[in-house]
Structures are given as C-alpha cells and as structure tokens.
Ligand binder design. Structure first.
Ligand SMILES: [Zn+2]
Length: 375
C-alpha cells in the first residue's frame, strides 16, 4: 500500500487497509487508523498471511456470534465494526519497552486469545476457558485481515526458518485439532475415528498421525473431501450413506471398536455413529460448534462407561504445533486450496466459501501484501 504522502509525516495520521465486520452480510475493506503500541508489552506485527476460518463464515452469514455488538467486549472494550482475521503469521516491526521474547524482524504467529488473567480458569492456567474469552480478530482491537496489528507479547510466538509464512498461518487451526487429542486423553498406540474432512478434521488426522495413532479412520460423506482425507493417508474413508460405518470400524479394529473418536462435523448422525464406533470405556471428543440440539439415550454412555468430552481452542499448544510443523512431523499438506489478496476477500474469499464451490475449499489464505501472491 502507498501511504497518502500528506500523512507520512504525521504519525497519528497513518492509515492502513483492513477488512471490518459491520453486520451479517456486510464486511468492508476500508482504510482505518494503523494500530500503535499502547501498552509496554505490546508487539506490532506486519501481517503476511491470514486464513479465513469457519467461525468467520458464521459471522458473515448469520453473526454476530463472537463479535461484540451493543455491549463492549469486556477485554477489548470495543464493539462492531471490528477487524476480522485470527489465523495469521507475520513479521515483528516494533515492540513495547517491556517486551523480551521477540524483536523487530522476527517471524511470528499470534495465538489470538483475549483473556482477563484474573478469573478462576485463568489463575489455574487454563486460559482457553477464561470467563471473558475473546479472539483477536473477532472481539475488537485489531486482527489479521489488515496490514498491521498489535498484541500482548505473551501470545506472540517465534517460528523457525523452516516454516514458511503461508504454512505458519495454519498453526492456529491445527492447534485446535492438536488440543483435542489432549482434551480426550489420547495416547500413542490408540486407534482413532475422525468425522469430517474439513480443516479441523484434517488437522486432527495429522496430529493423530504425528502423535502415534495406530489407525485413523475418517467418516466423510461423498465429496471431494474424501480425496482430501485419503491424501492425508488415513487408513479408511467411510461414507455413512453407502456403508455400515459402525460395522466397518469394528472390522478395522479387530472387532472391538475404536479407542477414541473426534467429532468435527456438528451433525447429529455423525456424533451417534462415533459414539457407537468406540469400545466400552472409549471417548468421543466434541470439537465442533452446534447449531441444533442432539437427542440420545444416556444409557449409551452410562452402561458401557463411555466418555463424551468437549475441546475448545488451545492452551499452551502453539509451541508444540510450531515444532511439529517446522520439523515436518505435521506436514500440513492439502490444507491451502487458494490464496487471495485482502482487496478480494469478499468476492474471492467469503463468497467462495459460502457459495456452490465451498466443499472444494479447505483453507483460503489472505494477504495484504500483493507481492506475496506472485511468489
Ligand atoms: Zn480469565
């Protein structure tokens, strides 16, 4: 972007391009004030790549969900319009005087958690369960669909040179999948079922493979997403419309059923299949966000002592996922299906991901730096 020449001498007059959410169906790319470091521990980052997330799409089609409207967010103090984008990588350009973990020029990703640090969950160290949890890129005070953003140093993580900026934008969604393993008590040597070959499903598959699952079985209805699952090297892809998924999973697990299942679809049919696919004492981990209620008889949990547990976001997972991506143990191949400019985020991003071709896409990455599209 070229700065208007009359503004370059006046720091407070600096502007940048950003995508802001006004209301459902109304996201605008416009000029906004460039953020400045206003806390001693703030880090200013020049954004390289930022992924469009499923929750961004929900905000676009039927929000607000996480975006504060009317009442300011308790941590950011802001309301819509807010800058969107929470899955991003970038380069540090400036740091506040109290920042010790990064310096200008460092390549980084931001763990986009707005937390209060004072509630019981935060004091226990489980900051993903913060009573006032918000996400940078949804809760206000900046985000990744912009040229610059600022964030507290605690949540700014350096990335190794072996991890390119585009793949680094996947650290956030892959951390969601990675965290669900710990939430479910996964251990190396277990067999696993994953329902849904979207971003989080594929992230869960590659995390399971990296952490030593003996078998990974995908439940996915017929679409190009079955190909995406096969490309990740899963042991089987089962379509509930064409086979008896529970019987097939039993066959694949020596008649016993899987040790653990991961629900990433938000579909009742899949949840029930997963519950029936695990053996007595097994676990279903729910990572998906639900629009509707689910009805099932609790005897199906009680009598075989099965567990159903939730998993939300990530907590101390970023450093591990950065290592796994940097070393190639999580290859993260097959995720990035399209790259676009911030200028085209509505037509080529939000509309593509909510239109007839949406199943073809896994992750669309957006950059404010057009030269990156030519590399
Ligand atoms: Zn808290």
């Amino acid at each position: 972007m070229v700065w208007p020449s009359e503004l370059t001498t006046q720091e407070k007059g600096k502007h940048m391009k950003a995508a802001r959410w006004y209301k459902a169906g109304d996201i605008r790319v416009e000029d906004v004030p460039e953020p400045q470091i206003d806390e001693d521990y703030d880090v200013k980052v020049k954004v390289k790549w930022c992924g469009i997330c499923g929750s961004d799409l929900h905000e676009y089609t039927s929000g607000p969900i996480f975006i504060p409207v009317g009442t300011p967010h308790p941590i950011t103090g802001e309301v819509a319009p807010v800058i969107m984008g929470h899955e991003f990588s970038g380069e540090v350009v400036e740091v506040g005087p109290s920042v010790t973990n990064v310096t200008p020029g460092d390549r980084v990703v931001i763990e986009p958690m707005d937390v209060d640090n004072t509630c019981p969950a935060c004091k226990e160290g489980r900051y993903n369960l913060c009573e006032n949890l918000g996400f940078h890129g949804l809760a206000g005070k900046g985000g990744g669909f912009a040229m610059y953003t600022t964030f507290p140093h605690r949540f700014v993580h350096k990335i190794p040179d072996s991890l390119p900026f585009d793949k680094a934008a996947l650290v956030e969604p892959i951390s969601v999948g990675f965290h669900s393993l710990e939430a479910g008590g996964f251990k190396a040597g277990m067999s696993a079922v994953v329902a849904g070959a979207g971003t989080i499903g594929l992230a869960t598959v590659q995390s399971l493979q990296a952490m030593g699952a003996t078998k990974v079985i995908m439940i996915q209805r017929k679409s190009i997403r079955q190909e995406y699952a096969r490309n990740c090297g899963v042991d089987a892809v089962l379509d509930p419309n064409t086979c008896d998924v529970v019987a097939e999973i039993k066959k694949l697990t020596d008649g016993r059923g899987a040790d653990i299942a991961f629900e990433t679809t938000g579909a009742e049919q899949c949840f029930k299949l997963e519950l029936d696919s695990i053996h007595a004492g097994g676990t279903v981990v729910v990572t998906s966000i639900w629009e509707n209620d689910v009805t099932f008889n609790l005897n199906s949990i009680c009598i075989p002592e099965k567990r159903v547990v939730g998993s939300i976001a990530y907590c101390n997972d970023f450093p591990k996922v950065i290592d796994l991506l940097g070393s190639g143990k999580i290859p993260a191949t097959g995720f990035i299906t399209k790259k676009i400019s911030l200028d085209d985020i509505i037509e080529e991003g939000f509309k593509t991901l909510t239109g007839p071709e949406k199943k073809k896409q896994v992750k669309i990455l957006v950059t404010p730096e057009k030269t990156l599209l030519k590399q």
